[in-house]
Design a binder for this molecule. Structure first.
Ligand SMILES: [Zn+2]
Length: 312
């Protein structure tokens, strides 16, 4: 295979300049898009606000250690297959599998509610999945899904050879998918992480912010605030002020809470004042987190000063 390297580089260089000179058409779609009807052409479509859920298989690069290839394949089939079913059950508008993670996009009505319920269901499925893996391979490393939710605007267009529909794929450009992968990767199988923009919406929902009041399986306690702040280290902008929750759907009340959230309910009575204050504190950005930022800024300044003061 003879490659005309210089010719190729010249060609892509010229093409790049041409593409930049003729800006592509971008059609504003708001929240309304039928992805199956996208034509293959140069037009992009912009969705104003998309909620992205990513479930990333933990330690996926080490799964082959102590397992046969068929064993590793069965982990993918059992795990990723279940995740896709969960994402679809909550009405994902688009689902794809990229390597070891499944991602779903929600942009239609109740997108935050559907995305959250799907993510919380994955969180609740995790122990069942992990137990099966450990039971079958007690000596190999276990696994499970790390989960993140992110939201923001995206651009989409369909790419691929015109007559081969099987090779045509929508491509999603924008921060949500990229940030969701970064967010999920920072988590663990026992935590569900969300960015600041997602919290701004779901944090106002009493069914999401506070517990049912059960204390490991025993009902009757007061509702408590479930979320804590976390700095999402790989996210470069303001979205890095995230929050996480470690709890799962309650075996007693999960069904009811899920139904209320999906029905669009947001307000509950009987939340103790102290727990409400905790939520307000989280909305303002947590005190320890702010303190951590201040300290880091001071450290940076100090090291910079040392550099400036160093003898020449
Ligand atoms: Zn409960």
């Amino acid at each position: 295979m003879a490659i005309d390297l210089n010719g190729l580089l010249k060609q892509v260089g010229e093409r790049t300049a041409e593409k930049f000179d003729s800006l592509p058409d971008v059609i504003e779609k708001g929240q309304d898009l039928d992805v199956t009807k996208l034509q293959i052409n140069s037009t992009w479509h912009r969705l104003a606000d998309v909620v992205c859920v990513v479930a990333d298989l933990e330690r996926s690069t080490n799964l082959a250690k102590g397992r046969t290839p068929a064993g590793v394949a069965s982990i993918y089939d059992a795990g990723v297959g279940s995740i896709v079913r969960i994402l679809a059950t909550f009405g994902a508008d688009f689902i794809d599998i990229q390597g070891d993670s499944a991602f779903a996009l929600y942009w239609d009505n109740r997108r935050y509610e559907r995305a959250f319920c799907a993510a919380m269901t994955i969180r609740t499925y995790n122990p069942t999945f992990t137990k099966e893996v450990v039971d079958r391979w007690p000596k190999a490393e276990s696994t499970g899904f790390k989960i993140g939710i992110v939201s923001g605007p995206v651009l989409v267009k369909r790419v691929g050879p015109e007559r081969q529909i099987d090779f045509q794929e929508p491509v999603w450009a924008g921060r949500p998918v990229n940030y969701a992968v970064k967010t999920a990767q920072q988590g663990s199988t026992e935590r569900l992480l969300v960015t600041g923009a997602v919290w701004d919406v779901i944090g106002k929902n009493d069914y999401i912010a506070y517990s049912c009041g059960c204390n490991p399986g025993l009902p009757g306690g007061p509702p408590s605030m479930l979320w804590q702040s976390v700095e999402l280290e790989k996210i470069p902008d303001g979205q890095r002020h995230g929050n996480y929750v470690s709890s799962m759907w309650c075996s007693r009340h999960g069904q009811e809470f899920c139904a209320e959230i999906m029905a669009g309910k947001t307000t509950r009575g009987g939340i103790p004042q102290a727990e409400m204050s905790k939520r307000n504190l989280l909305d303002e950005g947590s005190v320890p987190l702010k303190e951590a930022y201040r300290q880091r800024a001071e450290e940076k300044l100090a090291s910079y000063k040392t550099y400036l003061d160093a003898p020449k």
